[in-house]
Design a protein around this ligand. Structure first.
Ligand code: ZN
Length: 170
């Protein structure tokens, strides 16, 4: 079976960044399943998996626009330390949720300089060309419930899936 709209595909992957550093990878024997055509994974990877079958291997190079977007410097802000009341130690790399005009936004501290703290609301992989080494391990038809919900259900608990809070697309 080939990967197409409304199939569930699983794949092993290794993700490397522009300098060849490994950013993420699947655990051995634990391929990642996704529902094809539902936007579960980044568009540039999804489109290159289309038509592949179990056993196929590919290297997908994905530009930022098809991945996590370009960096937006307007999402970088300097805020006073007082904005972090209740936090004793502020360190680069700490994550917070900031209130923004567009609602709650996850931000990461990128600099601490005296009483000035720089936070960045960009996705950590924004602006990066990403390379995925992928091996497709399984392709199957999605169930009607999976198609309705727009995500993969673990096979064993298909019926109960949407009683649990992990199911965000009821
Ligand atoms: Zn569900």
């Amino acid at each position: 079976m080939q990967i197409a709209q409304n199939t569930v595909a699983s794949f092993d992957y290794e993700l490397t960044g522009p300098d060849g550093e490994v950013i993420d990878k699947s655990e051995p024997g634990q391929p990642m399943p996704y529902l094809h055509g539902a936007g579960n994974i980044i568009p540039g990877l999804e489109s290159q998996l289309e038509g592949k079958a179990a056993g196929d291997e590919l290297t997908a190079v994905v530009q930022p626009a098809e991945a996590y977007g370009e960096r937006d410097e307007r999402l970088t802000q300097q805020v006073p330390r007082e904005a972090f009341q209740g936090v004793d130690t502020l360190e680069v790399g700490m994550r917070f949720t900031a209130e923004s005009n567009a609602g709650p936004m996850p931000v990461t501290i990128t600099a601490v300089d005296g009483d000035t703290v720089t936070v960045d609301g960009n996705h950590a992989l924004a602006g990066m060309v990403l390379t995925f080494k992928v091996k497709v391990t399984e392709v199957r038809e999605a169930t009607p419930q999976e198609i309705e919900h727009g995500h993969v259900h673990p096979a064993a608990s298909e019926e109960e899936c949407c009683d649990d809070e992990n199911c965000s697309n009821k």
